[in-house]
Design a protein around this ligand. Structure first.
Ligand code: SF4
Length: 273
């Protein structure tokens, strides 16, 4: 629980169970996972997103041990990450794919600008490294995608920036790209952190951002996208055109599917289902 990467837009800051920069290790993860999944419908998809806590994972290998459980129980899997540590477990992913077919590894990337990487996600592995990892995983026969998230309005949303990312993604065997615009909470630590970063690096954009993401007392904790319908439509249109141009799907199930998967309804966590 928690994440050491300190991305400027991260919602972990709203997690009431951790202090800033704190990582708590759930030492009973593997045991709990086996117990809970054994009672679940085997067609549910498991989402794993812990690879970004690299130091903890290298020490505790909870994810690797969890993958062994998923392999044993033949569970469909989606891994979401910004880290190439997932390559360590490629052997298990390949074995799981032989059993259930539905195995996806999705890398989150905002854009390929190295200065943006230093400003907004300074402790994550560089996007170019994520793309190389994506290609290796794809070449191993596993579906790979890109979460183009978050698109940062007026920063990472230009036609050139987006096109460069689509081109590189295609060259690195990306099957699909799913995008989402930056979400900012109306008040609270995520908002403060985001606007502090903006003040420091893009002071000219603060006013525009305040209009797109107005302050709101006691706001919904997952925030909202920009309050600018025209802008959002235009961005969506640009991305759809790029998807067509580069032959990249916007659908997670693009390359490999199994027939009887349950359609996603609600997302449950290991702690509460
Ligand atoms: S890697 Fe993900 S969870 Fe970690 S700080 Fe960045 S956005 Fe948050």
């Amino acid at each position: 629980m928690g994440c050491p990467k300190r991305c400027a837009y991260c919602f972990e800051l709203h997690n009431p169970f951790i202090e800033k920069d704190e990582v708590k290790i759930k030492i009973n993860t593997v045991k709990t996972l086996r117990e809970k999944i054994s009672r679940q419908d085997k067609r549910n998809v498991i989402l794993v997103d812990g690879y970004d806590c690299e130091h903890a994972e290298v020490k505790e290998h909870l994810l690797r041990d969890s993958l062994k459980v998923l392999l044993d129980l033949k569970m469909p899997l989606v891994i979401q990450t910004k880290s190439d540590l997932v390559l360590r477990d490629l052997d298990l992913l390949q074995k799981l794919k032989e059993e259930v077919d539905f195995v996806h590894v999705v890398f989150s990337i905002t854009d390929l600008d190295t200065s943006h990487h230093r400003i907004f996600e300074p402790y994550t592995c560089p996007p170019s490294v994520r793309l190389k990892a994506m290609e290796k995983i794809s070449n191993a026969g596993i579906s790979t995608g890109l979460f183009l998230m978050p698109v940062l309005p007026l920063i990472s949303d230009s036609q050139e920036t987006l096109e460069e990312l689509f081109k590189e993604a295609k060259e690195h065997e990306c099957d699909y790209i799913i995008h989402e615009l930056l979400r900012v909470v109306g008040s609270g630590p995520q908002r403060d952190n985001w606007f502090d970063t903006l003040e420091e690096h893009f002071p000219d954009l603060v006013g525009r951002y305040q209009k797109m993401y107005p302050y709101e007392k006691d706001a919904y904790k997952f925030g909202h996208g920009p309050f600018d319908r025209e802008y959002t439509h235009k961005l969506n249109r640009t991305i759809t055109e790029l998807q067509t141009k580069y032959g990249i799907s916007n659908n997670l199930s693009h390359r490999k599917t199994v027939d009887n998967l349950i359609k996603p309804r609600t997302q449950m966590s290991l702690a509460d289902y």
